[in-house]
Design a binder for this molecule. Structure first.
Ligand SMILES: *Cc1c(COP(=O)(O)O)cnc(C)c1O
Length: 459
């Protein structure tokens, strides 16, 4: 199967809004939620979902919404994929838990074997499986420090690496992820990235700026690891200029620094390749973190990399009770199989062509759209104040509010909350993308300018 039109889905792949959004059943659930759920779990749209298929979510009022976000890039293969559901059900009936570090099982080994095969690099690779992206990043930091015996962790400006204490400190912006939640661990240094839309530098120039910062603020011999999202997700779909990562990887190699690609959002078929670092030429990371799209929505994450680095940790130094559990690994094996059997890398490339065709004209059409950029099914639209490069967060709030009220769910991103983020399933049809684009155009055209509020807080 190679085109979205040839697929069949349990839910019609069409938007259908039958109530106000949120509808009455969502509003009733929202009232219960406010009485029971922490306000700290903020929500983009208080529309409660019941089921889904492909690129459509169906809410508790019977509305069909176009999902352009996949729960932040998780359901890349489409919602509630029958192959994943079957793998989960079968495994759940057989064995749900032993703890791999007490008595192991084959699924864990099979996922590690597959990760060694699909990650870049022609050398022996080993993996550890954990539960969440943040846990993977934090383990990569531990492993790199153990291997190098060094202290400093370098991260890029605008990075997002998670919400544990360590990964909060590795995350760029103070609000909302960090505020009031310190103290944070030390020895984490944020360095300038290559952000072509904002800095106008070539990849080589930006890499020299990054390297100069490390040399003058930290010292290369102190650096255990350099963490980078090859395509930043929450940071605003920032794609460093060509040549940037080649130079950074070379610098890391020359200085004994472990180069870690955080592929949690951009990896696993999302950008039309297995891993997004493949868009940066022949750059081979030492370690790679995977999560989000890896198991069709089941919790699973991994650190994969050079065997000598991964094996530097003493037995018992990394791990955890639920990591790589039998059911999540069964789901991941089903996802890997689907990506290959249904050519989902090709599907992500099809989505890229469709988005470029349908959305890139916005730059000429709207003076509030500065750039449309992305790879595969991972795009960002820079919203700016008319005719400038100044971020326009008020417009993004308006667009999100308008879109969710009209049955389309996009995402926000960017350090200034001004990048409209699109992470649809790679099985989304051209017709759905076209319909969603129309709604987003109405949203942009209906923006009045000031005093708009959009991201509906839980309270
Ligand atoms: C989501 C994300 C994380 C954190 O993953 P969680 O599963 O939410 O802990 C880390 N890095 C990147 C690039 C991400 O997108």
């Amino acid at each position: 199967m190679s085109s979205a039109e040839a697929r069949t889905f349990a839910v019609p792949q069409e938007r259908k809004v039958v109530t106000a959004l949120p509808g009455p059943n969502s509003l009733a659930l929202q009232a219960r939620r406010l009485a029971s759920v922490s306000r700290g779990a903020g929500t983009l749209a208080n529309i409660y979902m019941d089921h889904g298929a492909g690129a459509i979510l169906v809410d508790v009022d019977g509305n069909r919404l176009i999902d352009l976000g996949c729960g932040i890039g998780v359901t890349t293969i489409g919602h509630a994929h029958p192959a994943v559901a079957a793998a989960v059900a079968e495994q759940a009936a057989k064995l749900t838990h032993t703890l791999f570090t007490v008595t192991p099982y084959e699924n864990y080994v099979r996922v590690a074997e597959k990760l060694a095969e699909i990650t870049p690099g022609d050398f022996e690779k080993h993996s550890i499986l954990v539960n969440s992206g943040a846990e993977a990043v934090e383990n990569a930091a531990k492993i790199a420090r153990r291997f190098t015996g060094r202290r400093a962790l370098v991260v890029l400006d605008h990075a997002f690496h998670g919400r544990t204490n360590m990964t909060m400190a590795m995350t760029y912006r103070p609000w909302p992820e960090r505020e009031g939640m310190g103290p944070f661990p030390g020895e984490i240094y944020s360095v300038p990235i290559s952000y072509p839309f904002r800095d106008g530098l070539t990849g080589e120039e930006a890499a020299e700026r990054t390297i100069d910062y490390i040399e003058t603020h930290i010292g290369a011999r102190e650096v255990a690891a350099f963490f980078a999202e090859p395509i930043q997700g929450d940071g605003g779909i920032v794609i460093p200029a060509p040549g940037y990562f080649a130079r950074i990887a070379e610098y890391c190699r020359d200085n004994g620094i472990v180069f870690v690609a955080d592929e949690i959002q951009a990896g696993i078929a999302r950008t039309g390749t297995w891993y997004s670092i493949e868009h940066h030429g022949d750059v081979v990371p030492d370690l790679i973190t995977s999560a989000k799209g890896i198991a069709g929505g089941m919790p699973l994450a991994a650190v994969t990399g050079r065997a000598e680095i991964m094996d530097a940790v003493q037995p018992g130094g990394i791990g955890g009770t639920f990591g790589g559990n039998p059911v999540s690994t069964a789901a991941a094996l089903a996802v890997f199989d689907l990506i290959e059997r249904e050519d989902l890398l090709g599907e992500a490339q099809r989505v890229e062509r469709a988005i470029v065709d349908r959305f890139s004209g916005w730059v000429d059409r709207y003076d509030v759209v500065g750039e449309v950029r992305g790879k595969g099914a991972m795009f960002g639209v820079e919203l700016v104040e008319p005719g400038t490069r100044k971020p326009n967060p008020a417009l993004l709030k308006h667009v999100l509010k308008y879109a969710t009220e009209h049955g389309v769910i996009p995402l926000d991103a960017g350090s200034w909350d001004s990048v409209l983020r699109l992470l649809p399933s790679v099985v989304i049809s051209e017709a759905l993308l076209d319909d969603a684009a129309g709604v987003l155009e109405e949203a942009i055209e209906s923006f009045q300018g000031v005093g708009e509020t959009g991201i509906v807080p839980a309270s």
